[in-house]
Design a protein around this ligand. Structure first.
Ligand code: DLL
Length: 442
């Protein structure tokens, strides 16, 4: 386990702004944002209905008079109905791939791209990045915001970038060895994949030169962090963002690694009950909603992320004043309702990681063959734990069965599969195959 100590360094003093000052800045910026989107058809209509003008924004409570924006609204105004600047001012398009249907596009002006770089620099520096480092980026470079966003952030800090992009894991290992990057940027599951391929090549992944890593773009658990840190001998930081709001750079962990500081001078966060749309109490889980205060090309008012997390306003020893969001427990649209019980894939991951002998590679298959939902969890066994003895495999399966039942309260079918049989993803891991949805869509 790494014994590296990350010194607390702050990229931008705005990160430590007293909360009173921060609130005043947010109100001022919200007013400007409302003025900026006044001609976007979706907001124009909503503002007319609600009799909202920039002058009507007097306090942060007035935010609640503004409409929510959803993915469905973006789809309805596809491709560029949310553009708030003349087309010639757009410097960049990105897209969110989405698991269903067409990508939705997002746009940036040159200033937006520069802000994005700065916000990524903030969390990278909070998590140990210094100009003398080399950073290996194994995110896709393309419509996905991960590659470019982190790339700009690293450049802004003045560190060296290896834009390795995604895919071809043996090549990543070769690049890591030859260029000696100390910092890894990718999804947490891809880091596991790198460790696994290194081991298959007869190497100890802990011998790679990596010292720390910035992971994001998909939900992961604290247990998975421990496992990755152990295998690759590094310190792993979590960072969060979404294309519609800016991409990576919405929030990230500091050295305390006790929640991700939201960059509140640029985004207002709300945490709501997804059914009643009312705010939840402090510390209670709910859906995160973001308003992007300073984006120009495509600002979002109260964008419903569908990500479930909780907020923590308690002071942080690092001195940053931005509220911290917890890990994302899951997405409202990933939440499985199994015989009426809500289950997140992350709960199954949590259960699996408690059982020695299973790799954190799994696939949850849901179906409704008759009237009842049935769940099968395909779990990959680590090569060293794979055994020809049926009794050992049965005992392992029973342990998994018990853990899953104790975490989710639901009995699932457990199917053990041989090492290396589940698909590996170079980007976000696919954890759920819901045949009920496919049937519903037919
Ligand atoms: O995934 C942006 C990003 C890239 C963030 C690289 C961090 C690092 P989208 O493709 O639009 O953008 O997907 C956004 O990914 O709503 C969450 O559900 C999920 N997500 C992103 N970061 C985290 C995280 C990028 N740290 C969606 N933990 C979001 C859990 C995350 N989920």
């Amino acid at each position: 386990m790494s014994t590296l100590v990350i010194e607390n360094r702050i990229w931008d003093q705005a990160e430590t702004m007293p909360r009173e000052e921060l609130r005043a800045l947010q109100i001022e910026r919200l007013r400007e944002c409302v003025a900026r989107v006044a001609d976007v058809p979706f907001y124009k209509q909503a503002f007319q209905r609600g009799k909202i003008s920039p002058e009507a924004i007097k306090s942060l409570d007035d935010l609640r008079r503004l409409p929510f924006t959803t993915k469905a609204d973006l789809r309805q105004h596809h491709p560029l109905g949310f553009l708030a600047v003349p087309r010639e001012q757009v410097a960049r398009f990105h897209g969110s791939t989405g698991t269903t249907g067409k990508p939705t596009f997002v746009a940036y002006t040159a200033d937006d791209v520069s802000l994005w770089a700065d916000l990524c620099a903030r969390f990278l520096v909070a998590g140990g990045l210094r100009p003398e480092h080399t950073v290996h980026i194994a995110f896709g470079y393309g419509l996905f915001t991960g590659g470019f966003g982190l790339h700009y952030g690293v450049e802004k800090v003045g560190a060296a970038v290896v834009p390795a992009a995604s895919g071809n894991t043996p090549r990543h290992i070769m690049l890591l060895q030859e260029l000696g990057a100390q910092v890894l940027v990718c999804t947490p599951t891809y880091a596991l994949n790198i460790a696994e391929v290194a081991r298959a090549e007869g190497m100890d992944p802990g011998e790679l030169p990596l010292k720390f890593a910035h992971f994001g773009a998909e939900p992961w658990t604290e247990k998975l962090r421990e496992q990755i840190e152990r295998e690759l001998d590094l310190i792993a930081f979590n960072n969060y963002g979404l294309s519609e709001v800016i991409g990576p750079g919405v929030s990230g962990e500091c050295a305390a690694r006790n929640g991700m500081h939201i960059q509140e001078d640029h985004f207002i966060v709300e945490c709501i009950n997804p059914e009643t749309l009312e705010p939840v109490a402090e510390g209670e889980e709910g859906e995160l909603v973001f308003t992007s205060l300073t984006k120009q090309a495509m600002p979002m008012i109260r964008y419903r992320t569908r990500d479930i997390a909780f907020l923590d306003h308690s002071p942080c020893p690092c001195g940053r004043t931005g509220v911290r969001m917890s890990r994302v427990a899951g997405r409202t649209d990933d939440m499985l309702i199994i015989r009426g019980v809500n289950v997140f894939p992350s709960q199954i991951e949590q259960a699996l990681l408690r059982v020695e002998g299973t790799a954190p590679h799994y696939l949850i298959e849901v179906d409704r063959p008759g009237t009842l939902d049935e769940v099968t969890v395909h779990v990959e066994i680590r090569p060293e734990d794979f055994s020809d003895r049926m009794s050992e495999m049965h005992a392992l399966r029973d342990r998994i069965d018990r853990e899953i039942q104790s975490v989710t309260g639901i009995r699932m079918n457990i199917e053990l599969v041989e090492p290396q049989t589940l698909e590996r993803s170079a980007g976000k891991a696919r954890r759920v195959l819901d045949h009920r949805r496919e049937k519903d869509m037919k």
